[in-house]
Design a binder for this molecule. Structure first.
Ligand code: ASP
Length: 279
């Protein structure tokens, strides 16, 4: 209800550019990992979405960004949380995976790693838009609940490439008015992001605390592995039953190893798109 048709149209333009960026990688024989990173990069740079520029503000009026990537081929993963000066957190998550012995780097250590690898830092207010400032003010005045359009802007991508490899990436500014130091589901492998070639790739958006408690992305993979569900059944079970039972709102985008796509949500809306060789 907060989303005017004009704004929805603008979001769709952003989604379409992201889909095209990811698809271009796949079409030229690139990997699903490169494709999901390419798609998420476009959305981090688009100020409409709650990731990179345009991220929501924490209660202290600053931005703390989270991102993660996972390669379904060998279960390698990288993630960063609480970064404040990294223009594209998804790139840093990828570097944590590729260039460090770790999976997850937080705060100052993550920033230091970014500098060492030559990522140019940005000021924290690079991420701020007028709309996000107003949203925080409304929330601090008690006029806006956690939720609304602000929580629908986390971005993610999942992909299956021609070699049969699955990958997932997620990036977010978190939730408006969050406490300083709060970590959501997006950088947590198995909660907001998961990919494994034997089942699926998943990226989640929603009220992160619930997604962590339900281990959403890994739970979808488990239902496929151990109960033999297909990706739609597994994603539906977690999003429309398990999460609803504990009061967690949001949704996921998921793709199975057979290429089937599921994008269920239990929130009032979730902007989403998909593209395959048929368009
Ligand atoms: N899941 C994100 C978080 O809790 C927020 C969102 O998806 O909008 O940080």
């Amino acid at each position: 209800s907060e989303l005017t048709p004009e704004r929805q149209g603008a979001f769709c333009v952003g989604l379409e550019s992201a889909l095209r960026a990811g698809f271009a990688v796949l079409e030229s024989g690139g990997s699903s990992l490169d494709a999901v990173v390419a798609a998420v990069l476009v959305l981090e740079d688009d100020p409409l979405f709650n990731a990179g520029r345009g991220s929501v503000l924490a209660a202290n009026g600053e931005h703390e960004l989270d991102a993660s990537v996972m390669d379904g081929r060998d279960l390698r993963a990288g993630s960063v949380t609480g970064v404040r000066h990294v223009r594209n957190p998804v790139l840093l998550a990828r570097l944590v995976m590729d260039r460090s012995p770790h999976v997850m780097l937080a705060g100052a250590g993550a920033e230091q790693f970014a500098l060492e690898l030559g990522l140019e830092p940005v000021r924290n207010d690079y991420f701020t838009t007028e709309r996000r400032r107003m949203e925080l003010q409304r929330m601090l005045r008690g006029e806006q609940q956690a939720g609304g359009e602000a929580v629908l802007g986390t971005v993610g991508a999942v992909a299956l490439d021609s070699a049969g490899n699955l990958a997932a990436a997620t990036s977010t500014g978190g939730m408006t008015g969050k406490k300083w130091g709060r970590v959501g589901d997006s950088p947590i492998i198995g909660a907001g992001t998961y990919a494994a070639n034997d089942c699926c790739a998943v990226s989640a958006t929603g009220h992160g605390e619930y997604f962590i408690r339900a281990a959403v992305a890994h739970e979808i993979a488990s239902l496929m592995r151990y109960r033999g569900l297909d990706v739609r059944q597994a994603a539906d079970e977690v999003v429309t039953k398990q999460l609803v039972r504990i009061g967690g709102s949001g949704g996921v985008i998921a793709i199975g190893r057979d290429g089937a796509i599921a994008m269920p949500f239990n929130s009032p809306g979730m902007l989403r798109g998909a593209m395959d060789s048929g368009g």
